[in-house]
Design a protein around this ligand. Structure first.
Ligand SMILES: N[C@@H](CCC(=O)N[C@@H](CS)C(=O)NCC(=O)O)C(=O)O
Length: 111
């Protein structure tokens, strides 16, 4: 697997320390024991076309490798158990039901 790169801010105001969302990704990668690099960016980089190719909304974090929708999570029992616990929650079940209902309602009609 390619090495994973997660973007984070080079600097953040003190109130945001520990809250910027690259933290949870770094944490998950630490739990999984996966090697990764952090690509530090400045706030002003968020609008650059190079960064928008990584994250279309110009936010942190962005990944250089895709983790979800692979069997990667299933290879790590701690992550697999976490995902299963989260997906068993009523909030996830409702969100999933609603998304499926949207797809069903808007399904293309067979010709
Ligand atoms: N839905 C995204 C949101 C990411 C997000 O809000 N990132 C903030 C930093 S914590 C950001 O990049 N803000 C820059 C901006 O809004 O211009 C996620 O959960 O990863």
């Amino acid at each position: 697997m390619d090495r994973i790169t997660v973007t984070g801010f080079r600097r953040a105001p003190p109130f945001a320390h520990g809250l910027v969302r690259d933290l949870r990704v770094r944490w998950a990668l630490e739990e999984a024991g996966l090697p990764y690099e952090v690509g530090l960016i400045d706030f002003g980089d968020l609008d650059s076309s190079a960064y928008r190719r990584k994250h279309p909304f110009g936010m942190v974090p962005a990944f250089e490798a895709l983790i979800r929708h692979t069997d990667l999570v299933a290879q790590f029992p701690v992550l697999d158990a976490y995902v299963k616990r989260c997906e068993a929650q009523p909030a996830f079940q409702k969100a999933l039901r609603d998304q499926m209902a949207d797809y069903a309602r808007n399904a293309p009609v067979a010709a």
